[in-house]
Every structure is written in structure tokens, then in C-alpha cells.
Design a protein around this ligand. Structure first.
Ligand SMILES: [Zn+2]
Ligand SMILES: [Zn+2]
Length: 300
């Protein structure tokens, strides 16, 4: 198999995990909150006045689809899921997959005209970075990541190993946060903003799948920063996966429009405010450098 496929299976797996992981999590948030809990936005929605993406079932105007068309979609999918209990969230989700505003969908109400092109392209770029990092690690090219089992003997060594890896995860988060902050501020420099970053600010109240609406050249720079700890920090590949999962979750939640808070550490309102006020909250995902540079804004 290896001589047929020039890539290692780990690289292919990394590509698929990022690609499908991104789609699955965004679709799940969309279905659970924007479809199932669309009548109780006060309990979870940031910027409750902004109801773009909220499923308007009562009027039948879901992304411009007619209520008849939607009924046909749901009926045909329901046939496929007839073996599943119709009251479960899974069957509900399956029946409503056609309504999910997938990144490549065109003509979604309220979306930027180039969204389908940019978001599809950027999802591929993000997945390709995962593939290249995994392949580089397997071949020992560029990547500093370690593979295999840690050479530990007893409980004490395991604890020291875990402490060391935890420190490397924290270091990689700090490394990414610092580079991202100054990169983001550069993106807000007049000519650069107008040429590139303005696209990302099309959405004043982001919702699932909006995070990928970035000019692809800008996205290349950002994904390089995101994956760069693999080039400089000698951490285990599993620790790097933890780091990537944390930032992936934050990136998706930051643009979900859903109120998620971890006191003093993380708050989805922080980046949401940046989409409304472009001169504040440049950090991702933490506000520490904004506090340091006086660009922190708490209230919208
Ligand atoms: Zn954003
Ligand atoms: Zn910005």
C-alpha cells in the first residue's frame, strides 16, 4: 500500500480528521442551537437581536427555500432514517442535514457572495496543513514533534513526562497567541485590511461556518502560525493534537454566536465583540495581549 500511496496513512488520517471534524462540529452546533433551540435564543445566543441563520420555521423561509421544497427534502431523508426513532436528536439531525449551511453552499441568505469559494478553499488549506505536519513528522522533515511511546519506567517518570508535555502545550498556546495577536493587528493596517482582512469582517455577528470566510492568502499566514509550534517545540504528537483540538474548538466557538464562558480564561463574546468593533480584541483565543496593549474591550 505504501508504494501505491506516496503519503503515510497518518497524513491522510490527519487531513480527514481536520476536514470532517470541522464540518461535524459546526453542523452539530448549528442543528442543536440554530434549529432545535431556535425559539429560546435568549438563553444561549450572543447578540440576540441578530437572528441571521436562525431557522424561521414558522414562516417556512429557511435560507430562501420554500416550505414545500423543504418538506420534500425532509420527507425523502426521513425515508432513509425510518429505522431510527424519529424523536431522537440523531434522526432529527439526519433529517435536517439538507438545511445545514455547509461552507460550499451558494446562495445562503445573508452570506457574503464569495463565501462558498473562500470557505471551501480555506477548509482544504487547513486540512492540507494537518497532512503536511503529519507527513513531515513521519519523515522527520521540519517537524520537531516526537512519536512513539514515551520511554518511562515508573509512576514518577510518567508524572514528570505528563508535566513536561503539559508545559509544552501551554508554551505552544502562548507561542500561537503572541504571533496571532501581532499578525491580526497587521491585518488591520489600512491597505492590508482593505485588501484582505475586510472579508472576514463581513459578518458582524458570526454564526457556524463563518470562521472560514477569510481571504485565502491571509488564511495561509494564519494556518502557518497555528501549525508552527510543530516546527519549534519538541512536543509529543499527542500533545500537539491536544493543542490543535483546543484551538480548533475555540476557533469554531468564537464564531458560533453561542455564549460559552470559562471565567477569567475564555469567553466567546470576546472575539464576537471584535467583529462589531474592529479596533479591539485582536487576540485569539485569549485576551491577555489585548489587556497588555490596551486594546481589550469587554462590553459590546
Ligand atoms: Zn473572526
Ligand atoms: Zn479582525
Amino acid at each position: 500500500m505504501s508504494h501505491l500511496l506516496p503519503l503515510s496513512p497518518y497524513a491522510v488520517a490527519a487531513f480527514l480528521i481536520i476536514f470532517w471534524g470541522y464540518l461535524t462540529l459546526n453542523a452539530a452546533l448549528y442543528i442543536v442551537f440554530y434549529q432545535c433551540r431556535c425559539s429560546e435564543t435568549e438563553s444561549w445566543k450572543i447578540q440576540t437581536h441578530n437572528t441571521r441563520h436562525i431557522n424561521k420555521r414558522e414562516t417556512g423561509t429557511i435560507y430562501g427555500a420554500s416550505s414545500e421544497g423543504r418538506k420534500r427534502q425532509v420527507t425523502s431523508i426521513s425515508k432513509l432514517t425510518s429505522t431510527v426513532n424519529n424523536n431522537t436528536l440523531i434522526s432529527y439531525a439526519l433529517a435536517n442535514l439538507a438545511d445545514v449551511p455547509w461552507p460550499w453552499r451558494r446562495g445562503v441568505k445573508g452570506r457574503a457572495p464569495q463565501h462558498a469559494l473562500f470557505a471551501t478553499c480555506n477548509l482544504m488549506i487547513a486540512s492540507l496543513f494537518a497532512l503536511l505536519t503529519a507527513e513531515g513528522t513521519v519523515r522527520g522533515i521540519g517537524s520537531q514533534l516526537k512519536t512513539g511511546h514515551p520511554h518511562v519506567l515508573g509512576t514518577r517518570e510518567v508524572i514528570w513526562w505528563l508535566l513536561g508535555e503539559s508545559w509544552l502545550v501551554v508554551a505552544s498556546l502562548g507561542w500561537q497567541s503572541a504571533w496571532e495577536y501581532y499578525w491580526h493587528r497587521l491585518m488591520h493596517y489600512g491597505p492590508v485590511y482593505r485588501r484582505f482582512h475586510k472579508h472576514h469582517h463581513f459578518y458582524k455577528a458570526p454564526a457556524p461556518f463563518d470562521d472560514m470566510y477569510i481571504a485565502p492568502l491571509e488564511a495561509l499566514g494564519y494556518y502557518f502560525i497555528l501549525y508552527s509550534p510543530a516546527l519549534v517545540l519538541p512536543m509529543h504528537v499527542l500533545s500537539f493534537a491536544v493543542y490543535l483540538t483546543l484551538l480548533g474548538l475555540c476557533g469554531i466557538l468564537d464564531h458560533s454566536g453561542i455564549d460559552v464562558r470559562l471565567p477569567r480564561v475564555y469567553d466567546t463574546r470576546f472575539h464576537d465583540i471584535h467583529h462589531s468593533y474592529t479596533n479591539a480584541n485582536f487576540g485569539f483565543p485569549f485576551p491577555f495581549l489585548d489587556v497588555l496593549h490596551g486594546t481589550y474591550r469587554k462590553e459590546s
